[in-house]
Design a protein. Structure first.
Ligand SMILES: [Zn+2]
Ligand SMILES: [Zn+2]
Length: 661
């Protein structure tokens, strides 16, 4: 194979490539997501002219990402190098591994995607929805299948055990050596579906020599072995058997084994099952169709009909284990579900643990359900949930079987990566042979070296509900402002020869302020006046015709900035400010305004300077450097200082023009 080639190259290529450029014959492994976080796992393998992707997932938004539905990795690097993409490998069907693929296919083609049957079946649904079925070819693999991707990669699919059925670890043979990429795994010796972890295959590669292991770090902080999935069966059984009324269970739809057990328990306990939540319906339909779940058709009853059965004979299986606001159980907890209302005889079981970040929404949901009188079973210690990711001893077993020369912990937050690296060191992997990396870092591997290369662009892309609109940083900032401080709209009427032709109209929505509307419109007037007096020349130019060519957007922007600064300074609020300018024809008489007749109570700069500042009356400060913010913001109600408009040339102007750059 090509590997003899690689070891020759390995000898000479180590060391100082100019400017840290990639050693010509190095394998480059570049995670674009999944590090320092849980979610959006996306990894790039690169050798010579070939790029192979492993998984492409999504993550869910954190609080404050208003209106963001999903978080994707920035894929600029892939867009730039799309001609070199030879194919993708999918390890299993969880959203954090396949959830990004349909979206990426809108941006670049992937010639072929190899993956397990269940994952590809789920992916097909997403691709059909996105209309990208023609952008790739899907190829189903079976355990121990070997596929070739590009000239340089061949990948063996090694059956592993995880909370999702049909899941694989990978042995990737490259010119520099073999990489074992674990994917998500735990060692479950009594798998629910009878599909055992193919440890013999891992050991085989360990014997042959593994250059580098990339291993799942999710539970690196947890000592011991992860209990088998089967261990939740008796606990769930007990709770279901004891329930006097309806049983309501929530879990991840994609936890195929868990769902299969719950269906088995419903059958055993003589309860009919109703499914609620789109993903629950979809995943179970797919899994049954492909034979990953065996449940008779007559076990299921539509939600509308289940009300006709005695409560004791029903079980409702639904989404919402993470407290997602729109999921079935969350809506039920708020009394907003059209078909299901909580009864005091209900037993509600959370057979899942919150993903970090979701804890608060989950406990809030639990609280609401309890307040409605239901018996709620949740949390550790009830034996109703086990993780799908191995603990420290599982991770040690992986290291023991594969005996890697180099080690890179992946799939986890930073402290988990550090912890996993310590575990590897305790197993004899030298610290120098371990890299802890971040998204966008480049791992450069040769037959005898590992190092970080120059990073590539990595970050996040936020998608809104349509999954088409990208929510960029500016939009996100605006939404945060709206949520926190509300919005102020300001309508200004300005003639094309630069005079304010009518009083500005100011509207507030969601703004908490001590200032009354009169004061706000006075402030608005001052800002408009200031812009007209000081910035008009730059914002308008004579193009030869009768009228001036005015940059109205620039005028709006200047007024917004000025008002924003004043509000921040005087009221400590930062609402979103939207200024609209209504242009009036040249020659429109000027609106005189109250600004001239009313004193400016603006505390800065004069007020601030009054307390002994040596520069009180000094000449204007240097333009750019004058963006001081340390001016003491006296309350707006401070004694008016008799300063009439127009303000003398002073710091405010300078400050503003600095801000406008
Ligand atoms: Zn997974
Ligand atoms: Zn995962």
């Amino acid at each position: 194979m090509a590997s003899s080639n690689g070891s020759n190259n390995g000898n000479g290529s180590n060391g100082n490539g100019a400017n840290g450029k990639a050693a010509k014959n190095a394998l480059r492994v570049i995670p674009l997501g999944g590090l320092h976080e849980i979610g959006k796992n996306t990894c790039v393998f690169e050798y010579g002219d070939d790029i192979m992707l492993v998984d492409a997932g999504l993550a869910f938004p954190s609080d404050g990402m208003h209106g963001v539905n999903v978080v994707m990795p920035d894929t600029s690097y892939l867009k730039e190098n799309q001609k070199r993409i030879r194919g993708m490998i999918v390890t299993h069907g969880h959203e954090d591994h396949i959830g990004g693929i349909a979206h990426h296919l809108k941006n670049f083609n992937i010639p072929v995607i190899y993956g397990p049957r269940l994952a590809l079946a789920m992916l097909t649904g997403k691709m059909e929805e996105a209309g990208v079925m023609d952008r790739t070819t899907l190829q189903t693999v079976a355990p121990r299948d070997v596929v070739k991707v590009g000239q340089h990669f061949s990948v063996e699919f090694i059956r592993n055990t995880h909370s999702m059925a049909d899941s694989f670890s990978l042995a990737i043979t490259t010119p520099v050596g073999t990489i074992v990429f674990t994917g998500d795994f735990k060692f479950d010796h009594t798998p629910v579906d009878g599909e055992h972890f193919d440890m013999a295959r891992l050991a085989h590669y360990g014997e042959q020599g593994v250059l580098c292991l990339f291993s799942d770090s999710t539970n690196a902080e947890v000592p011991g072995f992860c209990p088998p999935e089967r261990s939740v069966f008796p606990c769930l059984d007990r709770h279901i058997a004891q329930a006097e009324g309806r049983v309501i269970i929530t879990t991840f739809a994609s936890s195929i084994h868990r769902v299969a057990m719950i269906l088995e328990l419903a059958l055993k306990n003589g309860r009919k099952v109703s499914l609620l939540g789109r993903s629950m319906l979809n995943v179970i339909a797919k899994a049954r169709e492909l034979g990953y779940m065996r449940a008779p058709d007559n076990l299921f009853v539509p939600i509308k009909q289940i009300r006709d059965l005695p409560d004791r004979e029903t079980l409702l299986l639904m989404t919402g284990s993470q407290g997602e606001p729109l999921a079935a159980l969350s809506r039920i907890s708020r009394g907003e579900h059209p078909q299901v209302q909580v009864k005091t005889s209900d037993t509600i079981i959370f057979s899942a643990s919150p993903i970090p970040g979701n804890t608060i929404s989950v406990v809030n949901t639990v609280d609401r359900l309890m307040m409605l009188g239901a018996k709620v079973i949740y949390g550790k210690g009830e034996g109703i949930h086990v993780s799908g990711h191995g603990f420290q001893e599982d991770q040690k077993l992986m290291l023991a079987l594969t005996k890697p020369k180099f080690f890179v912990p992946v799939h986890g937050e930073h402290r988990m990566l550090v912890c996993h690296s310590k575990t590897a060191q305790s197993m004899g992997v030298p610290a120098d042979n371990i890299l802890i990396i971040d998204n966008g870092d480049v791992v450069e591997l040769t037959a005898d070296s590992i190092k970080k290369g120059d990073p590539v662009k990595a970050g996040i892309e936020l998608l809104d509900a349509s999954r088409n609109g990208i929510v960029d940083a500016r939009v996100l900032k605006e939404r945060q402002q709206l949520a926190e401080d509300g919005v102020i709209t300001l309508l200004a009427v300005i003639s094309t020869d630069g005079v304010m032709a009518a009083p500005p109209r100011v509207n507030l929505r969601g703004v908490v302020t001590t200032a009354d509307a009169r004061k706000l419109s006075l402030w608005a007037e001052r800002e408009i006046t200031w812009v007209l007096e000081n910035r008009w020349n730059q914002l308008s130019r004579n193009t030869g015709g009768k009228a001036l060519d005015v940059d109205w957007v620039g005028v709006q922007r200047e007024v917004e900035l000025g008002l924003q600064r004043r509000l921040r300074r005087e009221l400590q609020v930062e609402p979103l400010i939207i200024c609209l300018v209504q242009p009036a024809p040249g020659g429109t008489p000027a609106y005189k305004g109250r600004a001239a007749s009313e004193p400016d109570t603006r505390p800065a700069p004069r007020n601030g300077r009054r307390d002994g500042s040596p520069r009180q009356q000094s000449a204007p400060a240097p333009a750019a450097g004058a963006a001081t913010t340390g001016v003491g913001a006296a309350p707006a109600a401070a004694a008016p200082v008799a300063v009439a408009e127009p303000e003398p040339a002073g710091r405010t102007r300078r400050r503003r023009s600095a801000a406008a750059v």
